[in-house]
Design a protein around this ligand. Structure first.
Ligand SMILES: [Zn+2]
Length: 397
């Protein structure tokens, strides 16, 4: 669909309604610093463009004539269309359609046919055609997320260590499906999703630490993703937490955070313990030896009181606490959200990390506020959709 070219005022209202709606004129006026009459004019224009619609007041208020007159409430027009998103990982792709109100319409996970550029692009061509056929013509744009560094301006995957032939891979060809295309690093997509539709809806400055096959961080500063000078900011996984460590990281350095917390690192540690004559029921579990199942395996045996699981969880929490204390000192965020496979360990894990942080925390840097994300498996897709909608409306990503 053809891109909108909204004025700055129109764009700020639709962006606000996307993230915080439904809202009344007075709430928009206060939060955006615009006069009520300006907001009224803009709301009228946007309603005319069918980008937003007035919510029937009786759904929210007592249906008295006076209350309806005082407080008209507006929301984005969910009929406008949808974003089609593809979250690409080395062994699977999650394809989702997300409505203009950021609610998921559909989502499915497919295994990748291979993890080289040609296989994945061929598969994406096929899957996108299927999704567009199901979703209809109102696709407002395509959003892709993937591990590694991406240049969001030129739509290029710069570097990806876990996939073959992924040096300088351009996604611009997908504009043949839809004129609005965005790509984003996986952790940044999740951070954008938290910002638009999760805990971040109430926060403007926060960090999203994603611990999964890799370890990355989305940094949100004043409501915008911070990507650094070359789109490589947020390499939280390669912050060194123990230079003396025996753990060699995928980057070649010793003792990076990722070498303690990623799926593969946990898996490797458990393998090492198995060969060192330590006894544990964990080693007989059917999930033992499967990298992607390392956290669910650990969580089950930790809950059952297994000693190997206990020591491993405490080691992960300790190194994550060291790193998070530094992140807190560097960015002074309102909150650090820890997402990904590590959430399998349950809320008690957050307490362990906080206990470690307390030892190193400088109190003048603000309180320790740490949590898992809202329980939402669509957060990455919603983050991509939010970026797609902003670009569709004429904003920058
Ligand atoms: Zn590293």
């Amino acid at each position: 669909m053809k891109r909108e070219n909204l004025t700055a005022g129109e764009f700020s209202i639709v962006s606000r309604l996307l993230r915080k709606g439904p809202l009344a004129n007075i709430e928009l006026s206060t939060s955006l610093g615009l006069s009520a009459s300006t907001v009224s004019l803009l709301l009228k224009k946007l309603t005319g463009k069918r980008l937003i619609s007035e919510i029937q007041a009786e759904h929210y208020l007592k249906p008295t004539e006076e209350s309806q007159r005082r407080r008209k409430t507006f929301a984005v027009n969910q009929e406008l269309g949808y974003a089609l998103t593809a979250e690409i990982d080395y062994d699977h792709i999650v394809l989702s359609r997300i409505g203009f109100d950021l609610n998921p319409v559909s989502s499915r996970k497919v295994p990748t046919r291979g993890n080289d550029r040609t296989s994945i692009f061929d598969q994406l061509d096929d899957e996108i055609a299927v999704e567009l056929k199901s979703g209809g013509e109102r696709c407002l744009g395509l959003g892709f997320s993937l591990p590694g560094h991406v240049d969001v301006k030129s739509l290029t995957s710069i570097r990806n260590t876990r996939m073959k032939n992924w040096q300088d891979v351009s996604f611009a060809g997908f504009e043949s499906f839809c004129s609005t295309v965005i790509i984003e690093n996986l952790a940044n997509a999740k951070a954008a999703g938290e910002y638009a539709a999760g805990y971040g809806r109430e926060l403007d400055d926060f960090l999203f630490l994603n611990v999964d096959n890799g370890t990355g961080m989305g940094i949100v500063i004043h409501g915008e993703l911070y990507r650094g000078a070359r789109f490589t900011a947020g390499e939280a996984g390669h912050v060194i937490v123990n230079e003396e460590s025996e753990n060699i990281c995928t980057c070649g350095n010793r003792g990076c955070l990722e070498s303690y917390v990623s799926n593969k690192s946990v898996h490797t540690r458990l393998l090492r313990l198995k060969t060192s004559d330590v006894d544990s029921g964990l080693f007989d579990d059917p999930d033992f030896g499967i990298i992607e199942r390392a956290y669910p395996l650990l969580a089950r045996h930790y809950a059952a009181g297994d000693k190997v699981a206990y020591l491993t969880v405490n080691e992960i929490a300790h190194h994550m606490g060291l790193a998070c204390a530094s992140f807190l000192h560097l960015f002074a965020p309102e909150k650090i959200i820890i997402g990904g496979a590590v959430t399998e360990l349950g809320e008690g894990f957050i307490d362990l990390v906080v206990n470690c942080m307390r030892r190193y925390h400088l109190p003048w840097q603000g309180p320790i506020n740490l949590s898992f994300p809202a329980d939402n498996s669509h957060v990455g897709a919603q983050g991509l959709a939010y970026q797609v909608f902003r670009k569709h409306l004429g904003g920058t990503v």
